[in-house]
Write a protein that binds this ligand. Structure first.
Ligand code: ADP
Ligand code: ZN
Length: 209
């Protein structure tokens, strides 16, 4: 199954993607994680995108599209994938349609207040990318990932000014994709406010898996 996860930052796309990967036996492709790995590695791509990401802005379409096109050409994603964080603009969605088909687009619905609460408290494992939260999902040992033992940190773009910027960017550039995919009959809506276990149940129900 080929899925797109759409929704504002902090809607829980990445968290649900980790669960959905297990259920559907497909790969998760997170453009944000790929960019963060490039930044951590100090690669040419990383150097190019670091300041853009830290400010909460979008990497340019050309760079992002080329990256996803290359990833989707690999063997391990021919039967299915979850695209988490791509497409984020209409040009990205149009480009995607030219090199892959999509079965469903899952729209994670959450108000701005929910986004602010989640992103402000989000902490991420540097090694495996698992998302913790200072109130809702604490690690058993402070600062250390339960899953892999990696170090837990606050993303630069989870600081208040960047969160505001990301929400603005989402409303202006990404939200139009909801209509774009609804018109194609591909959109399914999920209420992203409940706890993740409940969302998993809803997810299985709407997708019939
Ligand atoms: P979020 O938690 O905001 O959903 P991600 O982890 O998906 O963030 O992405 C982090 C950052 O990576 C974005 O703010 C943006 O700078 C860059 N990025 C990720 N995906 C895309 C994309 N499809 N187009 C442009 N920039 C992207
Ligand atoms: Zn970890």
């Amino acid at each position: 199954m080929k899925l797109i996860f759409l929704g504002p930052p902090g809607a829980g796309k990445g968290t649900l993607a980790l669960r959905a990967v297990d259920i559907l036996k497909v790969q998760q492709i997170s453009t944000g994680s790929i960019f963060r790995a490039a930044v951590a590695a100090g690669s040419p791509l990383g150097l190019k995108v670091k300041a853009i990401m830290d400010a909460g802005k979008l990497v340019d379409d050309e760079t992002t599209i080329a990256l996803v096109k290359e990833r989707l050409a690999m063997d391990d994603v021919q039967k299915g994938y979850i695209l988490d964080g791509f497409p984020r603009t209409i040009p990205q969605a149009e480009a995607l349609a030219s090199f892959s088909t999509v079965d469903k687009v899952v729209n994670f619905d959450i108000p701005d207040s929910g986004v602010l609460e989640r992103l402000g408290g989000r902490r991420v494992c540097r090694k495996c990318g698992y998302n913790f939260h200072v109130i809702f999902n604490k690690p058993s040992k402070e600062g250390i990932c339960d899953t892999c033992g990696g170090e837990i940190y606050t993303r630069e773009d989870d600081k208040p000014e960047a969160i505001q910027k990301r929400l603005e960017v989402y409303r202006a550039q990404t939200e139009p994709l909801i209509d774009f995919y609804r018109k194609k009959g591909l959109l399914v809506d999920i209420d992203a406010r409940p706890l993740v276990d409940e969302i998993v149940i809803e997810f299985k129900k709407v997708l019939g898996v």
